[in-house]
Design a binder for this molecule. Structure first.
Ligand code: SF4
Length: 260
């Protein structure tokens, strides 16, 4: 483990031993310090292309999840573009049931490893967080993105991910042009409704901006490939080197290929 991460982990383990099993009041939760995330130092990061942000440890994620007040009105959800049930998945993270946490996230988003890394949470869910508002500092909000990243990484690394269910065959075929995050999300939602889905990607790798726009040190390519593999397992077909408008026109997709 990276030495900076180990230091944070030691402190989180000490806190966890103190807090675990206690009936925590809102006041207790408010007193729990924000869990920082270790990063590579500039001197290290110029020598490699690995991720700069090193993620939480298990003790850290449990302690950070304990900071959540489980607000009845769920203000954080209003700030999430896909409406993830944030308090519900954080509650599972607090208990240590990371697979359940991910299954809750995947009801609304197929990309927790990606969103946990690259979503601007401080302008979305975390901006609405009651904890940050009470402390008048958005940086003190519950670290929703870091928790999301940890639970997604944990389930991936431990082989605990389940393939989201797909609906009964609707008999309809949908062509999606491009294979970036919007297309991936649309494809997953359409498969859940039982439609046949084909993604057409003009370039030789799928993922769009996730692959061609975000550098490796922010979002490792193997994570994008893993999420695309889940999509394939849901039955989505991905056709590469296929330029809609040239390889095939939109009219041809409708008239010759039977898309609806
Ligand atoms: S607003 Fe913050 S404290 Fe409240 S449920 Fe959401 S994450 Fe938890």
């Amino acid at each position: 483990m990276h030495p900076k991460k180990r230091l944070l982990d030691d402190e989180a383990k000490r806190l966890l031993a103190e807090l675990e099993g206690k009936e925590l009041t809102a006041r207790d939760r408010n007193r729990i310090p924000l869990q920082g995330m270790a990063t590579q130092d500039p001197g290290e990061r110029i020598l490699n292309m690995n991720e700069v942000a090193l993620g939480y440890t298990e003790a850290q994620v449990r302690v950070e999840a304990m900071r959540c007040l489980q607000c009845k009105t769920k203000p954080c959800v209003k700030g999430c573009p896909v409406g993830i049930d944030i308090p519900a998945f954080i509650h599972e993270a607090e208990k240590g049931d990371y697979a359940k946490a991910v299954s809750i996230i995947k009801e609304s988003s197929l990309l927790p490893s990606v969103c946990g890394r690259v979503c601007p949470q401080e302008l979305q869910c975390q901006m609405y967080c009651t904890v940050g508002k009470a402390k008048k500092d958005v940086e003190q909000s519950v670290s929703i993105g870091r928790i999301e990243r940890f639970v997604a990484d944990y389930t991936r690394e431990h082989g605990l991910d389940e393939i989201p269910r797909v609906g009964d065959d609707s008999g309809k075929s949908v062509a999606i042009v491009g294979s970036g995050p919007a297309s991936i999300s649309a494809a997953a939602d359409l498969r859940r409704e039982g439609h046949r889905v084909v993604l057409f990607e003009a370039l030789h790798k799928a993922g769009g901006v996730l692959v061609y726009g975000i550098p490796e040190f922010r979002l490792p390519k193997e994570i994008v490939e893993y999420e695309l593999e889940i999509l394939r397992k849901m039955g989505v077909e991905i056709r590469l080197n296929y330029l809609v408008g040239k390889t095939r026109t939109v009219d041809e997709l409708f008239d010759k290929d039977g898309f609806d």
